[in-house]
Ligand binder design. Sequence first.
Ligand code: UDH
Length: 287
Amino acid sequence: LQNPGTSEVNQTSASGPCPNTPPDLLGPLHVEFETNRTLDEVREQVGSALQLGGRYKPPNCVSKQKVAIIIPFRYRDEHLNHWLYYLHPILMRQQVDYSIYVINQYGHGVFNKAKLMNAGYAEALKEYDYDCFVFSDVDMVPLDDRNLYRCFDSPRHLAVGVDKFNFTLPYKNIFGGVIALSKEQFLKINGFSNTYWGWGGEDDDISNRVRIRIKSISRPDSLIGRYKMIHHDRDLHNDVNPHNPYKLHETIKTFKRDGLNSLNYTVKDIKRDKLFTFISVDVHVPS
Ligand code: UDH
């Protein structure tokens, strides 16, 4: 008989695959953004099981997927603190083998969310052999931990019901907020477009790409797929770009040459916090 505290026993149990349904999920969650949360507090509250860079592996089983969570970012520190406070414990309960990548747009030029997410995909792959990528807005927190942050046979739209849309889908083909694609799926659609500057359109563009190349998407049911969004005003240097909706008619013609295979950016800085890896990227804003 072995003492359950010995490392031998731990090693044995760590070698089995994680169950398909994580055993410690709670279901519906209480989420509020009124509490002021500093990064120091969040590190203390949820950081103890993490390795530097916001890296976690379940201690008692082997996850089927290695998941990179990519957050496009600029000027949203307060939102990031809330996001980290809620998401780390959820992802741990879901037994995900994951890291958090916050991809910060360097400088004050016009924002390009989709290009940042492409850069996040490329940078994450330099560090670890990820096979699944979750792209999440920094202001989106799930209201049910049964909404699994992993990849499925079809690209996954996780943010089905957002409080600001009364928990319903605003339109059928919406594919934004929080989405998950396997490496294979993301490569098949050539990633995101790099050419959506300013607010709007990039999520409908990737929705088009998925429709053209893969056909179907998957979603959790509308109760499990609920989200609470942190309310905010329009950001600086991310005004609605009135040209973006017109570009959507062109996706079918342009996606093969505009995406991962045409991506160019410059990494300005990489910082590893306990809770996340922060990569500042110059996306080469056109002058
Ligand atoms: N983002 C940043 N910084 C920015 C802009 C966008 O971090 O300056 C990221 C962030 O992850 C955010 C995501 O890009 O969650 C999506 O951008 P968004 O929040 O601007 O998009 P959303 O549709 O809001 O949520 C649009 C502006 C709403 C103004 C409402 C005024 N009442």
